[in-house]
Design a protein. Sequence first.
Length: 260
Amino acid sequence: MKIGIIGTGNIAQYLLESINRNGKVEAEIVSIFGRNQEVGSKLESQYSAKFYTDFKEFIQSPMDVVVEAATIGVAMEHMEEVLDNKKHLIVSSIGAFKDIEYLNEMKEVARKNQQHIYLPSGAIGGLDLLQSANSLGGLQEVRITTRKSYQSLGLDVKHVEECIFDGMAIDAIEKFPKNVNVALLLSIAGLGADKTAVRVIADPNIQRNTHTIEAKGDFGKMNLLIENEPMPNNPKTSYLAALSIVSTLQNRGNAITVGS
């Protein structure tokens, strides 16, 4: 399997290290697309992957799957072109799908081109359970409470715990586009962004980003607590989010699939 990466940041560098250097996936990252020529050239030299600043040249390089590891804007700018060029796509910037019409449009583009859009589980779990619970419309309530430090939320530090958002995922993603991708992912797996409740708490004493997911329906109840370690070189990114992309790549084409 030949892989292309959109982005040159922390997740892209982690994938290059894990795959090209340490062989954690039976694959090779052959192409990188980005706008930072200095960083891109260093990555090309370190990991023997061709760096491109021209997207058309990048997307025409010999790849089977493209990993988007950039931003919501970059994902939306290039998603359709990736699919039209017959490449499978792994999207890390889940916020690109905050508009359900855009999500449905990209589903249709993928279907037309016989390609697949993968949404890694990111910093959370329980997605298979929500999909199963909602398969016949029996999912009734989903709530996620996210607890982070003021720094990781990009806010001025205070010395008291504060609930800074309490509402629906559709509004949370607008207010915190870099911090609540998990809420949108839950929405896609479950009841939708207008019916998934979200609380965001800024906690000056917290050591790990935590997510508490609660759900109930015909299946029963779920309470799931995840405490995420940050990536060593970027406290704003969950280590599990990077691992979930590696897992998605490892599982492509497996003879046995666990879960949905």
